[in-house]
Design a protein around this ligand. Structure first.
Ligand SMILES: Cc1cc2nc3c(=O)[nH]c(=O)nc-3n(C[C@H](O)[C@H](O)[C@H](O)COP(=O)(O)OP(=O)(O)OC[C@H]3O[C@@H](n4cnc5c(N)ncnc54)[C@H](O)[C@@H]3O)c2cc1C
Ligand SMILES: NC(=O)c1ccc[n+]([C@@H]2O[C@H](COP(=O)([O-])OP(=O)(O)OC[C@H]3O[C@@H](n4cnc5c(N)ncnc54)[C@H](OP(=O)(O)O)[C@@H]3O)[C@@H](O)[C@H]2O)c1
Length: 243
């Protein structure tokens, strides 16, 4: 897919949790991307250019005029501070799309798809929801593991819970790292790796990992060393801070 550049305008924003902001931008030109990809945003702060990457959290659609992303608000982070203060009408540059966290068409779906995310690393999988539904209709077994600190930090829960209610071949696990107990449907305690250890992995599974860099490294090692998957069966996107 060609990399293009265009000016985009903030349309609206909303806190999904106290630490996660959802932002919707108006496009000024047509933009082609696939669910799972990310963009680079660029703007100036005190005449210095700032560039930050964000996964696209909205699915592509025909005649698309806007796209959304979700950003974790880091204390004193340059982009985090800018996003908190930005008002509708704020204009910045978008470059992209980038990334290889892509699904093949449903007719070529693997027997098992394992999706693992921490925090805003869930964004690309949220953008994939229409494609995941097609995979499920084709009989693919999908396992989603989503790691967050606690219930207050949880977002995008209901769309995935609804999917689990509609398809028996979709399993959803929310992994709370900082809770001692939970009675939330699909809720578990610990890191995503703690659930992955007990997962029966199909030898032809496709795995997608997104979010905290250390989680991505640990899960990659778990799938390749302990579950016998090849590196080519694992797609990764690390949310590295200093880039
Ligand atoms: C391919 C890619 C996709 C990405 N997609 C997303 C996305 O969809 N959503 C998203 O929220 N982010 C995403 N990121 C991260 C994002 O690009 C920014 O790095 C992030 O938003 C922080 O930017 P900032 O300017 O607010 O912080 P910066 O000004 O860059 O400050 C970051 C600094 O904060 C400090 N820090 C504060 N809190 C922490 C913490 N909890 N852990 C570690 N260090 C901390 C560190 O010292 C670090 O150097 C992505 C990154 C990449 C590479
Ligand atoms: N080196 C880096 O570039 C770097 C380092 C840290 C974070 N980040 C990025 O910074 C943003 C904010 O990060 P955040 O830490 O504030 O929160 P976060 O990404 O929202 O964290 C989400 C969940 O991931 C868990 N987690 C942390 N380390 C993990 C690991 N090694 N394995 C499995 N799960 C793990 C957290 O648990 P606990 O917090 O309870 O341990 C929490 O439950 C994210 O985009 C993140 O990916 C980048």
């Amino acid at each position: 897919m060609d990399i293009s550049s265009q000016k985009i305008t903030l349309l609206s924003k909303m806190l999904l949790t106290p630490r996660v902001l959802w932002l919707r931008f108006q496009l000024s030109e047509p933009f082609c991307f696939q669910a799972g990809q990310f963009i680079k945003l660029e703007w100036d702060v005190n005449r210095q250019q700032v560039a930050r990457s964000y996964s696209i959290a909205s699915p592509p659609y025909q005649g698309m005029t806007s796209l959304s992303l979700v950003a974790t608000l880091l204390a004193n982070g340059i982009a985090s501070t800018q996003f908190q203060h930005a008002q509708p009408g704020w204009q910045i540059w978008l470059k992209g799309p980038y990334g290889r966290l892509l699904l093949s068409k449903a007719s070529e779906c693997p027997p098992q798809l394992v999706l693992v995310a921490t925090g805003t690393g869930i964004a690309p999988f949220y953008a994939m929801l229409p494609e995941l539904e097609e995979y499920l209709k084709k009989g693919c077994q999908i396992e989603l593991f989503f790691g967050v600190r606690n219930t207050e930090d949880l977002f995008f829960y209901y769309p995935f819970r609804m999917l689990a209610e509609r398809f028996i071949n979709f399993r959803f696990s929310v992994c709370f790292s900082r809770l001692q107990t939970t009675n939330l449907p699909h809720g578990h305690l610990g890191y995503v790796q703690d659930r992955l250890i007990v997962l029966d992995t199909h030898p032809s599974a496709l795995v997608m990992l997104c979010g905290h860099p250390d989680m991505v490294d640990r899960c990659f090692s778990l799938f390749t060393k302990e579950k016998g998957l090849k590196a080519s069966q694992i797609k990764r996107e690390k949310y590295i801070l200093n880039h």
